[in-house]
Design a protein. Structure first.
Length: 741
């Protein structure tokens, strides 16, 4: 939200009062508490009839500074996010008041310095180097002509400083110049709206910022004051955390230590998912024909998903199979399991008025209420639908009990759709602030579903397929990118959304291969297959048309088979990358700038990515197969041809549908499994270590993790000066040395 009219003036409908000076600084109880009047205090009379802001700096963990700006402390606020790294309430680091009237807070390598007097200045530095700071006219209290009030902060942007993150956003990966409102919305992938909004950004200067407010946070990223990032919230309080790190990965690791890290997802979920699609006509015969078609064509399939119409129309959600198409759901689920498939079903948090559950939920107080006590309803999705109130523990248990019935029937997972269109003119059972619940609803909804999966299936086999999220949503994977269209352009915007989301610590991500809206032409479909099967998770899904490959052409069948088998062979590598996401918060699919943040050439790249630490993927977004991409410094090897290329340069290649730019990093050792038919096999049996060319001799160690027991084994490979490679130790594993083509 913009409050100024150019640099000199404010908008006519607002008054902005800025923190003018650090009048005094109290250093006690592990915090700096700063009195910041909105005018300079020259004489005693200046202390009268003027607002003052109280700014408190503390640290919940090393290298993290919490800044809390308060106008009226007695006004109720929206609260913050559930932050596991800050729940103890302990304050770390040291604080001291300086003789000149300022103060310092030191936590880990970070020092926050409050300058004495005027002008207002708070700086954040590491080793004497200023990361960013809050300077003159940065901290503001805004009064609107409509009696609205806001608090904003502005942090400096240095020359060449680039901003990443802020959730799943489908525009450019670098956010400089953008206005972004953190407000979950069902807007598709071709707009400025997003399903997964995260008020956290990080920059290429060694820090990130989390605004700890679950309501609407408005960011002006060099778009109001072009040399600053402004963030503002409505109300009397603004709290944010500054998180420092030597690299972008370090920042992300600390952010996820603060906000939570992804769970480990089961190995079967990495395999290919096929869905019934959305509005297509289907029944058990249709489903089994698809499954048979995959088997007849030797296409590995891991999971089958039933979209909305497994339930009867107008009844969503009633958790009941539509008997017209599925007269024997127990038998059908058993038959699908006998084929080695896992089963996912679509749900949402809405109860249609015609559902058998609506009256029960309304009578028991399980649905969100209007201020007049009536049930909140509308007709936009299902006629007369109500919204389950997950702030009511009884409502949550009631919803979960219906899920338990499905799980015990044979369902393995749930696609938790929607959760974004959450009204604010309502009353929640626990008295939650309606604006806060708009974004937090996604967290409560997915938590209810994920918890019951953990309880019924165990933590190692629990996985959701979620669309909406906010801070903390990364702890309950997997997430997918929402409703795209069937074009090359939408494929690219989907990738941008996933890479942007990765900067929020979301370790696992998928997208609708082929596009959701419309029917892709065979070329788009085949290009999307290669991209989708080199993502952490891979799902074929559409809106009004099926996504079985033989409906496109025979080559689509071959492309599906080849890239599915490739992904399954890479499971020892991919599963270890997933474990790293759980341990460190580093996503499986990584923006180039996250992996190579010292290389300025990758700073804006959002058409390629790293899959795990060693595989570079550049999807083809053109009909003619031409793709231009960048290889960072080092020796790179083409996975398909074995050709070696020196990096630090751009390349343009033309690809058929059976390949794409897939390059292996200098000196990588990639563990390759012995199965091409399923993702959940014994990774230690028939394991091959593919040793790729290195520019220099040395030792490389890789880790393989058993998906079922969690057992970990490390393998070290020594490269000799003559280019040969040998296994260090007595492990029984095959080495395959890739020689330059």
């Amino acid at each position: 939200m913009k409050f100024t009219d150019g640099y000199w003036q404010t908008r006519e409908d607002v008054t902005v009062l800025y923190a003018q000076e650090a009048y005094d600084v109290d250093a006690s109880d592990g915090a700096l508490t700063v009195s910041a009047p909105t005018r300079r205090i020259v004489g005693r009379g200046d202390t009268l009839n003027r607002p003052m802001l109280t700014v408190t700096l503390s640290s919940p963990m090393d290298d993290v500074v919490r800044v809390r700006i308060v106008h009226h402390a007695g006004r109720p606020g929206r609260g913050g996010f559930d932050l596991p790294g800050a729940t103890s309430g302990e304050r770390v680091g040291s604080v001291s008041a300086t003789p000149d009237g300022g103060g310092t807070l030191t936590t880990g390598s970070v020092t926050a310095t409050v300058a004495p007097g005027a002008p207002w200045d708070v700086s954040f530095s590491v080793g004497g180097r200023r990361l960013t700071g809050s300077g003159h006219r940065s901290v503001g209290y805004v009064q609107g002509s409509d009696d609205s009030v806001f608090v904003h902060e502005q942090l400096d942007l240095g020359v060449g400083e680039l901003v990443y993150g802020l959730g799943e956003r489908f525009g450019p990966l670098v956010k400089n110049g953008q206005t972004i409102d953190v407000w979950n919305a069902d807007g598709g992938t071709s707009s400025e709206q997003a399903y997964k909004n995260v008020p956290f950004y990080l920059t290429n200067r060694g820090y990130g910022v989390l605004v700890n407010d679950p309501g609407k946070v408005s960011f002006e990223v060099g778009s109001e004051s072009v040399k600053r990032v402004q963030f503002s919230v409505e109300g009397e309080v603004l709290e944010y955390f500054l998180i420092a790190g030597a690299t972008q990965k370090d920042v992300l690791e600390r952010y996820t230590q603060l906000s939570g890290r992804p769970a480990v997802v089961p190995a079967w979920s990495y395999g290919l998912w096929l869905t019934t699609s959305f509005t297509t006509q289907y029944d058990e015969a249709t489903v089994m024909s698809f499954v048979d078609g995959f088997a007849e064509r030797d296409l590995p399939l891991s999971a089958f998903h039933f979209d909305c119409f497994w339930m009867r129309e107008f009844n969503w959600t009633d958790f009941t199979w539509d008997a017209r198409g599925f007269p024997d759901p127990d038998g059908m689920l058993r038959r699908l399991h006998d084929r080695g498939l896992h089963v996912c079903v679509w749900i949402n948090p809405y109860i249609g008025q015609r559902s058998r559950l609506f009256a029960e939920a309304a009578e028991r107080g399980y649905l969100v209420r209007r201020p007049d006590g009536g049930v909140w309803q509308w007709d936009m999705w299902q006629a007369g639908m109500g919204l389950v109130d997950f702030t009511n523990p009884e409502a949550t248990r009631w919803y979960q009990d219906h899920l338990r019935t499905l799980l015990r029937q044979g369902v393995d997972s749930f696609k938790t759709d929607f959760g974004e269109r959450i009204p604010t003119d309502v009353v929640w059972a626990d008295g939650s602030d309606p604006e806060a619940m708009h974004n937090l609803y996604a967290q409560a909804y997915n938590r209810a579903v994920h918890d019951v999966l953990v309880d019924e299936r165990g933590p190692a086999d629990a996985v959701v397929f979620a669309r909406s999220a906010t801070v903390g949503g990364q702890t309950m994977p997997v997430h997918w990118g929402g409703d795209n269209s069937s074009t090359h352009e939408s494929m690219a915007e989907s990738l941008r959304g996933g890479l942007s989301l990765a900067y929020g610590g979301f370790g696992f991500w998928a997208h609708d291969m082929g596009g959701f809206e419309g029917m892709p032409d065979p070329g788009v479909f085949k290009r999307w297959l290669a991209f989708g099967l080199l993502s952490s998770h891979s799902r074929l899904h559409g809106s009004s048309s099926y996504r079985v490959p033989w409906l496109f052409d025979e080559e689509a069948v071959e492309v599906t088979r080849a890239f599915t088998r490739l992904k399954l062979a890479l499971m020892p590598y991919l599963f270890a990358a997933g474990v790293e996401a759980h341990e460190r918060g580093i996503p499986v699919m990584r923006p180039m700038a996250l992996e190579f943040d010292g290389d300025p050439a990758v700073a804006h790249l959002d058409t390629q990515y790293m899959l795990g630490p060693d595989l570079l993927v550049a999807p083809v977004f053109s009909a003619d197969g031409e793709v231009t991409f960048y290889l960072p410094d080092g020796l790179w090897t083409d996975w398909f041809s074995g050709e070696t290329v020196h990096g630090g340069r751009w390349r343009t290649e033309r690809h058929g549908f059976d390949t794409l730019p897939l390059y292996v990093r200098d000196g990588a050792v990639v563990p390759v499994g012995g199965h091409r038919d399923r993702p959940d096999y014994d990774y230690f049996a028939d394991l091959t270590l593919r040793v790729f060319p290195a520019s220099e001799p040395g030792r490389r160690t890789v880790r393989v993790v058993a998906h079922d027991t969690g057992e970990q084994r490390s393998y070290s490979v020594q490269r000799e000066p003559d280019g040969t490679a040998r296994l260090v130790g007595d492990a029984e594993v095959v080495i395959e040395q890739v020689r330059p083509a």
